[in-house]
Design a protein around this ligand. Structure first.
Ligand SMILES: C[S@@+](CC[C@H](N)C(=O)[O-])C[C@H]1O[C@@H](n2cnc3c(N)ncnc32)[C@H](O)[C@@H]1O
Length: 285
C-alpha cells in the first residue's frame, strides 16, 4: 500500500479543509492549529470540551498501553485486521479512521499489517481521541498515522471523506460517523460480549450480569444497515497480578467497583480470563 498522510482534516470551528503550512494546519478562514513536537494536532476547541481534561487520564492510558503491549489481546487485533481487509474497497484513495483510538495499539497493529500489502491505492490513517494523554502516547507508536485530539461527536475531518471508521470499545456517535463517511462507507464496532472478563467481574461484584451489546436496529432509520456480526471468544491463559492491575485500571470496573470489590481484584495473584467480544459492521447507505 502507498501510505500517505491524511489530507482530509477539517477545521473544528468552521469545517473547512485544513492545509499544512510549515508546522501548522491552517484553514481558509485563518484558523491555525499547531502540530505538537510529538507530531499530533489538537483539534478540540474549548467549546467542544465538557470537562477540562476530557477522556482517559494519563494513568489509564499508561495502564492500557502496558496491558495491550503484553500481547494478551492480539487475537482481538488480528480479528479486527481480518474484518477490515474483508471490507476494504478497491479505490485509488482510502482513508481509515479510528474513533476513540486510545493509545493507538489497535490502529498501529492494523497499519503494520496493511503497509506491507501490495495494492497500489493511497491509504491514509486518522487516529482520533478526546484524551490528550492518549494521543500523546499514540504519537510515540507511529509517526505515519495522523493523530488528532478531537471528539467523535464532531470529528474534525471533511464530510464524506472516510471509507472505514473503527470504534473499538469506544464512545459511539453515529451522527458524527455518518457525516464523515463516504456513501457506502462502513463502521466497524468492537464491543464486549456477555461473558467478557467474567472471571474478573465475578471477583469484583456479588452478582454478575450477562449483557448483550446494544440493539442497533434503530440505526436503519438513520441510514445505516448491519452488514456483518462476528463473535470472538478466547481464554487469555494465566495472566499475572501486574497484568490484572493494568487491566482493572483501563476498564470502567475500577471506578464502578466497591472498595472491597476493587481490593479483591487488586490482590489476585493470577487469573485465566475469558475475552468475549462482538464485531459488527454497519454500512452507510
Ligand atoms: C475504553 S477506551 C478504548 C481505547 C481504544 N479504542 C482501545 O480499545 O484500546 C475509550 C476511549 O475513548 C475516548 N473517548 C471518550 N469520549 C470520547 C469522545 N467523545 N470522542 C473521542 N474519544 C473519546 C477515551 O479517551 C478513551 O481513550
Amino acid at each position: 500500500m502507498n501510505i500517505v498522510k491524511a489530507d482530509n482534516l477539517a477545521c473544528p470551528l468552521d469545517g473547512e479543509r485544513l492545509e499544512l503550512r510549515e508546522k501548522q494546519l491552517v484553514c481558509v478562514n485563518g484558523h491555525t492549529f499547531d502540530i505538537a513536537r510529538q507530531g499530533y494536532v489538537n483539534l478540540l476547541p474549548v467549546q467542544h470540551k465538557r470537562t477540562k481534561h476530557p477522556g482517559d487520564s494519563k494513568e489509564m492510558v499508561s495502564a492500557r498501553s502496558r496491558f495491550l503491549n503484553s500481547g494478551v489481546y492480539v487475537p482481538v487485533a488480528n480479528k479486527l485486521t481480518e474484518i477490515i481487509v474483508t471490507h476494504l474497497v478497491d479505490a485509488e484513495k482510502i482513508c481509515l479512521m479510528d474513533a476513540g483510538c486510545g493509545e493507538g495499539y489497535y490502529f498501529d497493529y492494523v497499519f503494520n499489517y496493511l503497509k506491507d500489502k501490495n495494492d497500489c491505492g493511497e491509504l491514509s490513517f486518522v487516529g482520533l481521541d478526546i484524551s490528550k494523554a492518549a494521543i500523546t502516547e499514540a504519537a510515540k507508536r507511529n509517526r505515519q498515522i495522523s493523530w488528532i485530539v478531537g471528539t467523535n461527536r464532531q470529528p474534525p475531518v471533511c464530510a464524506g471523506s472516510v471509507d472505514i471508521v473503527l470504534c473499538v470499545f469506544g464512545f459511539q456517535s453515529f451522527a458524527g460517523f455518518k457525516k464523515i463517511l463516504k456513501p457506502g462507507g462502513k463502521v466497524i464496532l468492537v464491543e464486549p460480549g456477555p461473558d467478557h472478563l467474567k472471571e474478573l467481574r465475578e471477583t469484583i461484584y456479588p452478582e454478575v450480569k450477562k449483557s448483550q451489546p446494544q440493539d442497533l436496529s434503530y440505526l436503519e432509520e438513520k441510514g445505516f444497515s448491519l452488514l456483518d456480526r462476528q463473535p470472538l471468544q478466547f481464554k487469555t491463559g494465566v495472566i499475572n497480578n501486574e497484568q490484572i492491575n493494568h487491566l482493572l485500571l483501563m476498564t470502567p470496573h475500577f471506578y464502578r467497583a466497591t472498595k472491597e470489590g476493587r481490593e479483591a481484584a487488586v490482590n489476585l495473584k493470577e487469573l485465566d480470563l475469558t475475552v468475549d467480544v462482538v464485531f459488527r459492521v454497519l454500512q452507510k447507505e
